[in-house]
Design a protein around this ligand. Structure first.
Ligand SMILES: Cc1ncc(COP(=O)(O)O)c(C=O)c1O
Length: 372
């Protein structure tokens, strides 16, 4: 007789709910606005991919052979040069950089790929984009959401995530703070991974990489920084990102990823080189976002909102000191879709996150509705 076999729990059940599903009824309400919805609930770029980058992709379109997982030396060198030129990062070699297929896949799979699992602890910021938690749950590890290292007591995590500038709050961690976290992690042998996706989206302050010599004390040991070109260069559709830092950790990731075929396509690598070498398009995009941010911010303040943090990133972290779902509903009545703060953590319950990545025309529509 065949013994009944317990059906294993589907992996998807380990993962958090996909939060955007909860917004559906508000999206319907916002879409019913006679002048159409202004969707500020997600931070997806809408301006064209820079011509110089499109050109590089076209020129590299003939790509019959397999690229290698480690990436072209020119791609890795472009990452190193950009980090040095823009962010003062020194001491990175070609063995300290690995291109990845958008930073989300790296963030979601990092714990699994580094052998973090049951019984291990992963720490993510109190308010954070969901993928750190997804990665920990996929690995079967425990996850704690906190900004306070002392709250961890005697526990030693395997992995600690930072995200500065932050999604959703736009908060920037100053170099002193980053240095303290580096020291804390080093003393305990904790891997520190800093998601620096918004490092160039600064409006009221400067942002620092955890790999800056004044932050990491001139050594990349035990540290990784994750960078994405999605926002800087309107490249979300190309999936261009990289991870940089401790060569021992990068080497281990490479050893795992080459077995899995996680290879950035060759044409995209050439596009990434063009994007990293060109500063002009990034400056133009920065100006566009700055103008949209100022308009939306003023309109929200005029409509009685308070804006907290938001000194960097592509979001305004706004509140009317009421439950975030009430604010989502109030905005949806005006045809504006925002993300409720609870998507990012319990302490976001009185805030909404508004992305200013919409077109000039849609931002103007939102402003008219908020001020009308
Ligand atoms: C904090 C943060 N990290 C990483 C990403 C992922 O970017 P990508 O996968 O496009 O590189 C996002 C996207 O919105 C983000 O907000």
């Amino acid at each position: 007789m065949v013994e009944p076999v317990d059906t294993p729990e589907p992996v998807s059940r380990r993962l958090p709910d996909f939060p955007w599903d909860h917004l559906t009824s508000y999206a319907e309400r916002a879409r019913a606005h006679p002048d159409g919805v202004v969707d500020l609930s997600i931070g997806t770029p809408v301006d064209p991919t820079p011509e110089i980058v499109q050109q590089a992709l076209r020129e590299a379109a003939d790509a019959p052979g397999y690229p290698v997982t480690i990436g072209l030396p020119e791609t890795r060198q472009a990452c190193i040069d950009w980090l040095e030129r823009y962010h003062g990062v020194t001491g990175l070699g070609l063995d300290g950089v690995l291109p990845v297929i958008g930073s989300k896949e790296l963030i979601a799979s990092l714990a699994v790929h580094l052998g973090i699992g049951a019984g291990d602890l992963v720490v993510r910021p109190a308010l954070a984009y969901p993928t750190y938690e997804v990665g920990a749950r996929l690995a079967g590890a425990r996850i704690v959401a906190t900004d306070s290292l002392t709250s961890l007591g005697p526990e030693t995590p395997r992995l600690l995530w930072l995200n500065s500038p932050s999604n959703p709050t736009g908060r920037v961690l100053p170099p002193d703070h980053l240095r303290k976290v580096v020291d804390w992690c080093r003393e305990r042998g904790v891997l520190l991974v800093s998601d620096e996706c918004y490092i160039e989206c600064n409006w009221e302050t400067a942002s620092y990489s955890v790999l800056h010599p004044n932050v990491c004390r001139g050594s990349h040991e035990g540290i990784l920084a994750v960078h994405s070109l999605s926002k800087r260069s309107n490249l979300a559709g190309y999936r261009c990102a990289f991870v940089a830092g401790d060569p021992a950790v990068v080497g281990e990731l490479l050893a795992v990823r080459r077995n899995l075929g996680l290879i950035m396509p060759g044409p995209q690598q050439h596009a990434m080189i063009a994007a990293l070498r060109d500063d002009r398009h990034a400056e133009e995009q920065h100006e566009r976002y700055e103008a949209r941010r100022a308009l939306l911010r003023d309109a929200l303040v005029g409509a009685g909102f308070r804006i907290d943090h938001s000194e960097a990133s592509l979001y305004l972290w706004a509140t009317r000191d009421e439950d975030c779902w009430q604010t989502v509903a109030w905005l949806a009545e005006r045809g504006i879709l925002a993300a409720p703060g609870t998507f990012y953590g319990a302490s976001g319950s009185k805030h909404v996150r508004l992305a200013f990545t919409a077109t000039d025309e849609r931002i103007a529509a939102a402003v008219a509705r908020l001020t009308g």
